[in-house]
Design a protein around this ligand. Structure first.
Ligand code: EPU
Length: 419
């Protein structure tokens, strides 16, 4: 099992080009199944979750290969419609293939997906929406067997009880080649939804309203291939900004989609960091000790503060001057990283969805274990600002979402190595 060894206390400085976005690359890879032609995805991050998606595609009969952050996917010939349980368990996004396989073939067999353990992560909204679009769903010995009686799903009006990102993606994927029009009310508005729709439009789909709460999809007979660039990763952006802020450093982040980072950046600015944006760049300078954030930081669906940035911002606020309060509203169990931060000397009290962080002057390196992707990144960030050496195990979680994290941090002057 690999570990990251971090000798903390170095100020991070420099320029970094941001990786492509995991959470839009994954549904876009699934979407490529709908195209009878080759798709070329540029700016595709090379991550273990992306390799899992590639294994799913190859298992279905597509051909997916990577080089230099470009994925070339040829889904002309699909020979299977079942995703084996071991591949379903590798990540949450495996469930997004359901809508795409159904859209392409009219049948599919999946099972409950894996992914980070952040509390219960049901798929009831996904299944209810598929049923509304005419899909028969039967569960048998852990398998979810889906079939569209006449080979093609039909459009439907679907009102989601919560703007679920995954359910919105699955509905879009099933609807783009369905008969008639689909309307999603209370749809997720995350930028990754817009990126998926941007890709699908480039393949000939008719979709409007993405980025808003009401998305309308007009079903097409078929989609074609395209060349598309995956958007930059706004959560990796939040992570590197938090790390640099925590170490009192300075950074120019390049290849950023600046508008999409606003919900995070507007909170980070309250810590006293100077932040300027221009074109596709963000400049951050963090001088002396950070200030605590006065208002409660409430995670909310986009355009609220992103739940995926909660842990990494917390890693910077544990040494801020004063008390900050988080309220986690998306997942029931997304404070699992706090035990590790406390072991490093942080003062954090968690009660249900609330976490109260009383800033301490200094953290100390310790042996900790990453519990999930963003929590693991928060541990790296805390270790970089701590004095002494930290050993972080469980880093396969981190590798699911950060491309060569140790190289990025070393590039900024951090002392980190993988053993
Ligand atoms: N939910 C249900 N039923 C459903 C679907 C969702 O109750 O059928 C609940 C979930 O349990 C959760 C809430 O709705 O409490 C939000 O879940 P959502 O479906 O929006 O999340 P997701 O699609 O599973 C994606 C990202 C997550 C990110 C969330 C929220 C991907 C691959 N994952 O998950 O990213 O936290 O949206 O923005 O896109 C990460 O990258 O570290 C990560 C966990």
């Amino acid at each position: 099992m690999q570990k990251l060894i971090v000798n903390g206390g170095k100020t991070l400085r420099g320029e970094l080009s941001l990786q492509g976005c995991k959470n839009s690359a994954l549904p876009i890879m699934a979407a490529s199944l709908l195209c009878g032609e080759e798709c070329v995805l540029n700016n595709c991050p090379e991550l273990t979750d992306i390799y899992s998606a590639s294994r799913i595609l190859n298992g279905l009969g597509s051909r997916c290969r990577f080089s230099d952050n470009t994925a070339v996917i040829d889904s002309q010939n699909i020979s299977k419609t079942e995703i084996p349980e071991n591949l379903m368990r590798e990540m949450r996004s495996s469930i997004i293939f359901m809508g795409a396989i159904l859209g392409r073939t009219g049948e599919c067999t999946v099972s409950i997906p894996g992914g980070c353990e952040l509390g219960p992560r049901p798929i009831d909204m996904h299944l209810a929406a598929m049923k509304k679009m005419g899909v028969d769903i039967r569960e048998s010995y852990g398998k979810i067997i889906c079939r569209v009686p006449f080979g093609k799903a039909h459009g439907a009006k679907i009102s989601l009880p919560f703007p679920s990102v995954g359910a919105t993606e699955n509905i879009i994927l099933c609807a783009v080649t369905a008969d008639g029009e689909t309307v999603i009310n209370n749809a997720a508005r995350e930028p990754e939804i817009c990126d998926l729709c941007g890709f699908l439009r480039a393949c000939g789909a008719e979709i409007s309203g993405d980025g808003e709460s009401r998305i309308v999809i007009k079903g097409q007979n078929r989609l074609h291939g395209c060349v598309y660039a995956i958007m930059p990763d706004r959560i990796a952006c939040a992570t590197y900004l938090s790390m640099v802020a925590a170490t009192g450093g300075e950074i120019v982040l390049k290849n950023v989609c600046v508008a999409e980072t606003e919900p995070f950046v507007s909170v980070l600015e309250q810590t006293g960091c100077s932040i300027y944006t221009y074109d596709d760049r963000i400049y951050l300078r963090s001088g002396s000790r950070l200030k605590a954030v006065k208002d409660r930081i409430r995670t909310m669906p986009h355009p609220g503060f992103p739940t995926d940035a909660q842990a990494v911002l917390m890693s910077a606020l544990v040494t801020a001057n004063g008390t900050s309060v988080f309220e986690e509203n998306i997942f029931d169990c997304r404070y699992r990283h706090t035990d590790a931060l406390v072991k490093m000397g942080a003062d954090i009290q968690v009660l249900g969805k609330i976490a109260v962080i009383k800033g301490v002057p200094q953290l100390h390196g310790a042996n900790v274990e990453a519990t999930d992707l963003r929590g693991g990144a928060a541990m790296v960030s805390a270790a970089l600002s701590a004095e002494g050496t930290a050993e972080i195990s469980g880093i396969s979680h981190i590798d699911r979402g950060y491309e060569k994290i140790e190289e990025a941090v070393r590039h900024l002057g951090g002392d980190i190595r993988r053993v």
